[in-house]
Design a protein around this ligand. Sequence first.
Ligand code: PY5
Length: 320
Amino acid sequence: MVRSKAAFVWFNGRIVPWEDAKVHVLTHAFNYGTAAFEGIRAYPHQEEMLIFRLDDHLKRLLRSCSIYGFDIPVSKEELASACVKVIGANDFHEPVYIRPLVYVSGTGVGISFEGYPIEVAVVAVPFSSYFGVSRGVDAMVSSWRKTAASSLPAEAKITGQYTNSVLAKMEALRNGFNEAILLDPEGLVCEGSAENIFLVRDGKLVTPPVNAGILEGITRDTVIKIANEEGIPIQERDVTRSELYTCDEAFFAGTAVEVTPIRSIDRKVIGDGAEGPITKRISHLYQSAVIGKLPGHDGWVTPVYSSRVWSAAQSSEQDQ
Ligand code: PY5
């Protein structure tokens, strides 16, 4: 089990000790799942910490808030500086996972949150491998279907929506698999419990389209951009369950899992069970991208320690 901790948390505009970042048990978000969140990674490189595609994650966070009508009390720029400050305050120089949360605060037993305060926290914790396996992962097709987009908007990253993922993931683990793949109510492939999925067929990448009830992953977008630049053909189209069993390669893509090869699905080995050549190429380029080394994409990373935000925070501390 991965339990994570850090010394400091950014909590409603201030850096506070970990122990002080608390909410009441009757908080609306705790009772009804009304929190928008993001998962962002930062990677050490030389003396720096580089946050990957920060602006894109924050844009998605604001979109999630907008879908649910959370009136977020801070700007995208303030959120970005909170991410920088929480890494700096903890003096991290190792891979970290950043979790911004915008949640409905206030206590009450009703469903409506009209008039309730919206609060913001940004937590960063050390984080390396999500699956903790060095080779590919074994996945199963979940018996739980992905909630229909007509019931819960898949493009909104909202905590309450993740109970669907929790059911699928726990079922997979109980049955000896590393991960679950969810199908939509009609039986088409959606995504993993916490990441998008790609297949390779005859040298082409195939992935479900954004209107297939999936989260529009930033890693997915990165993979698509890499594939386009590499001249690897890519099809965003419906994917059937049987294609999962007949593809040449398959991999998961997400912030936490990065690019993780899938070794088997429902015990059916994919390819020869080893990481396939296209997965390997994409994974390698992805690892360059996250440290700002993919030509043409150095703008994807935001440095922490050499940033204006961090120097300003440092000098204001010295003034006090
Ligand atoms: N699909 C789902 C359901 C996800 O939860 C995620 C991200 C993705 C796709 C991939 O999106 P992105 O590439 O933008 O990260 N999952 C989170 C993550 O940080 C939560 C993991 C527990 O990877």
